[in-house]
Design a protein around this ligand. Structure first.
Ligand SMILES: NC(=O)c1ccc[n+]([C@@H]2O[C@H](COP(=O)([O-])OP(=O)(O)OC[C@H]3O[C@@H](n4cnc5c(N)ncnc54)[C@H](O)[C@@H]3O)[C@@H](O)[C@H]2O)c1
Length: 422
């Protein structure tokens, strides 16, 4: 299909492969497909302009199709310069009539120009993975703030930034924190990131994990998933934390817990998953073993102090795709994967579709909720309503062919009473 849509993608001739892969992912996304069918009939987003800044993957393509089916006019740009799947971007423009501004490997200037292009769409609704569109609207495009009904935020790091804006009284429209839905972070952050991060490390390096000392920084939802899967592959997993409760949990889950100072000296593979800055800092890099592999699966590429790594290196070269080798003055070599960006989306394909089905069902239903409640929402960060969360869990179980028990009337009464039940 020849397109008249505004776009900046790598190559429209990649569209047929993108269409094939989008439809493969769609088979694993039955909850979103059911929402799409309802949206097509009811048109809840009819006439609304949405600017979305998400990883341009097959799963995101199915979310874009769903919003469009609901009547929305959608523009998509990338939420990370390395995560775009160019065939998917081409397919969205050429086959599904969605404006896309995203090219894998785009430089920083192009990345921000693409966000500006998405904001040029004059959105009434925003959808972010890391709050970049919301940031542009609150800085360079303040004149557009009055048009916005609400925003949706996908990830932990974005939610942290938005809650800080709310606390400062700076947030100029309501935001729904999709990440806070249980059907999002319990599955996406834990199982999705867990599996796809290991996949990214293996695709980039082809190392054997069995027997390696695998250091995970941060034992939150994401870190728990990475640790669980690394252990499953036979690695000896070490956790570093700053929160005593999480550190204790990691210990009782059977992992070794130590400081990064100590872990730096013994680790073979390091993966940061904290949402924090310089978790692996210069002093840690200075004590690492020859051949240590470093990667990050947190949102921004600031978890490893990359400027310090560059400054320490006397020589740098690309050892293989997604692997940069840094030779230090004493001859030790450290390997950084995917430029310190999200390794699961840069070097692999990100989360499997079956998980993103729930995350993006939350995005679609939260958008519908925001439109329906536009007049009553204040300039705050809201959780996804529990009724939506529970409905998604119910639908997901049904699509997996799993039934669960129901409380009997007697049990419901018992659980709501002080009765000991003897
Ligand atoms: N790669 C992906 O696809 C993907 C998916 C979901 C979330 N994320 C990102 O992963 C990051 C973590 O998300 P989460 O949901 O696990 O958050 P979380 O808040 O559940 O966990 C973060 C953990 O890191 C710990 N931490 C903070 N600073 C630390 C430090 N200096 N050293 C050691 N531990 C430290 C915190 O105490 C916390 O336990 C965020 O940036 C989030 O946006 C990435």
């Amino acid at each position: 299909m020849a397109t008249t849509r505004r776009h900046d993608v790598k190559d429209l001739s990649l569209a047929p492969e993108g269409v094939r892969r989008i439809s493969w992912a769609d088979r694993q996304m039955p909850v979103l497909a059911a929402i799409r069918e309802r949206f097509a009939a009811e048109q809840p987003l009819s006439g609304y302009r949405i600017s979305a800044c998400l990883h341009v993957t097959t799963e995101t393509a199915n979310l874009m199709r769903t919003l469009k089916a609901g009547g929305a006019d959608v523009v998509l740009c990338a939420s990370n310069p390395l995560s775009t799947q160019d065939d998917v971007a081409a397919a969205l423009v050429d086959e599904f009539d969605v404006s896309v501004f995203a090219i894998k490997g785009e430089d920083n200037d192009t990345y921000y120009q693409h966000i500006e292009a998405a904001v040029d769409h004059k959105p009434q609704l925003t959808m972010d993975d890391g709050a970049d569109v919301i940031n542009v609207l609150h800085s360079a495009r303040r004149e557009q703030l009055g048009d916005i009904i609400a925003g949706m935020e996908e990830t932990t790091t974005g939610v942290i930034r938005l809650k800080a804006m709310e606390a400062d009284g700076a947030l100029a429209f309501p935001v729904i924190a999709v990440n806070e839905a249980q059907t999002k972070h319990l599955f996406d952050n834990r199982y999705g990131t867990g599996q796809s991060t290991i996949d990214g490390i293996m695709r980039a390096t082809n190392v054997l994990l069995a027997g390696k000392r695998f250091v995970v920084a941060g034992y939150g939802w994401t870190g728990r998933g990475v640790a669980l899967r690394a252990r499953g592959m036979g690695a000896h997993v070490i956790i570093t934390e700053v929160d005593p409760m999480r550190a204790l949990e990691a210990l009782m889950d059977g992992y070794e817990v130590m400081t990064m100072e100590e872990a730096a000296r013994v680790g073979d593979i390091f993966c940061t998953a904290t949402g924090d800055k310089h978790v692996i800092d210069r002093r840690h890099l200075e004590s690492m073993k020859d051949g240590a592999i470093l990667c990050n699966t947190g949102h921004f590429n600031v978890e490893i102090n990359i400027p310090a790594l560059r400054a320490l290196a006397t020589e740098t070269r690309e050892a293989r795709q997604f692997v940069d080798e840094f030779t230090l003055a004493d001859g030790r070599r450290l390997y950084l994967l995917a430029e310190g960006r999200l390794v699961n989306i840069s070097a692999a394909e990100g989360h499997p579709a079956i998980v993103m089905d729930m995350s993006f069902a939350n995005q679609a239903l939260a958008t519908e909720y925001a439109v329906q409640h536009a007049t009553s929402l204040e300039n705050k960060v809201y959780p996804v309503p529990v009724a939506i969360d529970e409905e998604i869990a119910r639908l997901k179980l049904a699509t997996m062919g799993v039934s669960i028990d129901q409380l009997t009337a007697e049990q419901a009464k018992y659980l709501a009473s002080w009765d000991e039940g003897t």
